[in-house]
Ligand binder design. Sequence first.
Ligand SMILES: NC(=O)c1ccc[n+]([C@@H]2O[C@H](COP(=O)([O-])OP(=O)(O)OC[C@H]3O[C@@H](n4cnc5c(N)ncnc54)[C@H](O)[C@@H]3O)[C@@H](O)[C@H]2O)c1
Ligand SMILES: [Mg+2]
Length: 344
Amino acid sequence: MLQSFKLFNNCNLVFSRSCSGYVSRTRYLMRLKEDDEACREALKFANVLLYHKLAPLLQKTRSGVCKVASFKTADLKQILEKVGKDKHFINESFLLGCTDKSEPQFSLEVGEVERSALEQECRGTFVDLRKAFFMITPSESALAAKGQALLRWHQTNGFCSATGQPTTRNQSGSFRVCQSSGITYYPKMSPVVIVLVSDGSRCLLARQAMFPPGMYSALSGFCDMGESVEEALHREVAEEVGLEVENLQYSGSQHWPFPQSSFMLACHATVNPNKTQVNIDKAELEDARWFTLEEITTALQNPPRNPREQPPVFWVPPSYAIANQLIREWANQQQLLRSTHRLK
Ligand SMILES: NC(=O)c1ccc[n+]([C@@H]2O[C@H](COP(=O)([O-])OP(=O)(O)OC[C@H]3O[C@@H](n4cnc5c(N)ncnc54)[C@H](O)[C@@H]3O)[C@@H](O)[C@H]2O)c1
Ligand SMILES: [Mg+2]
């Protein structure tokens, strides 16, 4: 089981502790990644997540809760044959991980099929991943995101960038090789810094023009080649809002599947309360402003159900996004500061 410890307020930095089953599951997965034969065997008795044009299949439980659909290999083979897929098509799956019960999990892109017929057979619906984040739990979101990211990486890395020749995958999908140059390509993530800037009583959030209406998030940006996290954070804040930050505190990290798999490194930072005037880079941001604890608390308590349909005036990213974690941590710390102040 994964354990967590606290760094900044309630932040969860996940680390592995060798408690019951975890080490053996990890070793098992390691073997599946590297051993094609073992991986093919595992796929025969696996749980497979389905995607259509990278949208994961969701199902509603009897109690009306949405979950990521997962099928036993044998059942899925029958379903796929009914919609015209070859019985070997299942071998196109990629290894995702394994459940707490050591059942291997794979993801599979169904490609060209009649979507509605497949949805009917599966009793589910393919849902855009961004929308799915509002419908499923954070741990299911992480799984669905990983599945999508792996599928996308394989779709876009079919050719060697040195020779232009096709690359071939290993069975698990943990790498691709160019037979001509011998170059091995591994799935990659781009490091991105994300920072919640505070002036001591307010926090700074921004929005890009492409965000859904009303949504504000923490400042973020891709790391440049050769940069440290600290350098990237200072640069991004200076570039985007013209402020100089100090007191960086690491909060946590997250894989984010958009646009091509980002590795989010999240921190808190402060600015001098006398130097809070923002100077927005309009090429990057549509708006950036300081929010009070009251505004943040209201936004956290009223997450939109479907932001594209009827968005609240101001809202923050869904609970799965690490921006949400930063905002929650800041709000908790502010509450604590206020209650300590009242006691004095
Ligand atoms: N999970 C979260 O809570 C959360 C919150 C905010 C942002 N994000 C993600 O962080 C990522 C980066 O944020 P941003 O848009 O503020 O970055 P940014 O401020 O660096 O601006 C994006 C621009 O940077 C350039 N760029 C430089 N390196 C790039 C690379 N490796 N890949 C793509 N573009 C690159 C491109 O011109 C791009 O338009 C986005 O993918 C966004 O989805 C996640
Ligand atoms: Mg940015």
